[in-house]
Design a protein around this ligand. Sequence first.
Ligand code: SAH
Ligand code: SF4
Length: 342
Amino acid sequence: MRDIFSLSVEDLAEFMMKIGQQRYRADQVYEWLYKRSATSFDDMTNLPKTLRGELSQQFNMVPMKRLTREISSDGTEKFLFELTDGNLIESVLIEHSDRKTFCISTQVGCPVKCAFCATGRSGYVRNLTVGEIVYQAVEIERCLRGLGGINIVFMGMGEPLLNLENVLKSIRILNNPQGRAIGIRRFMISTVGIPEGIRTIAEVVPGVKLSVSIHAPNDSVRNKLVPLNKKYRLNMLIKSLREYVEHTGNRISFEYVLIEGVNDSPEDARMLAEVVSGLPSYVNLIPLNPTDSEYRRPASEKIRSFHKQLEERGIEAFVRIERGGDIKAACGQLRLRHVKGG
Ligand code: SAH
Ligand code: SF4
């Protein structure tokens, strides 16, 4: 059975034509799915009964089941989903005073295997389908009270640029004015940096923002933390970011996980400032969320001084406030807990 949330409105129109229906039926279904939050084809009362029957024979409307919803003391919410093949993924909802951010997964596990990341350590299973990506947003939104500005960040499990085709289609679906109509500038893709993917993003969705998980100021440290760096070296990454900035006019958001004794020295800060200077950007410093790796989070004093070193060199930087720590709302930790049964 096909998954209806994988279909663009054009795909749906094609299907309608094929079964001898008119195009506007596709628009009606789309509206039910994305504007009227239908949960079954039976809800779609302005469609003829026979068409509803045909749709429910051909399409699945529930590509995943919500297993848990955990609310952290700071209001961060974490959702664990079971896919139809039994795999588990998670999404996180962060509510700020004036906006909401959905942190969405793109793969089951992640093949990049960054040394400090629980998702990477949990192994890689497969890419998510378009419907599985889209449905995370649909389902979490159903749980929301009130509609504020919604930002969608591809920062959950997985490396979005290794599943780029599905990520781009899911953005088109959620952005479509006939559907959820989430503005293109409300999307952000987070990546370890794959130059050809960055080029595609600049060309196809120049309005989408880019966050780059840099984590290290040189190749030798980055090779250890982000193994994909051996293939796409820092200078290749920076070159593709230069082109991205020229093409889109967007600033880059760099993510830098601070790890004690690995990438947190004043010399590291100096080198990092050199690497990113000249690129319209800012740096988010993320004190490591300890997992079962050997890495530790630096002391607060060290974090403050790293921050200061960057700012003194004219680099805009922020220390990202920890959220959702008590429910492990970070980086594949909840899934790992469930997989291990602990
Ligand atoms: N694969 C993409 C997006 C998902 S990871 C990427 O790496 O950018 C989302 C963010 O969480 C990345 O910046 C990643 O480096 C960070 N992260 C992963 N494990 C972490 C940990 N243990 N502590 C703090 N941040 C972590
Ligand atoms: Fe994958 Fe991102 Fe985790 Fe690296 S940090 S293993 S790219 S999810």
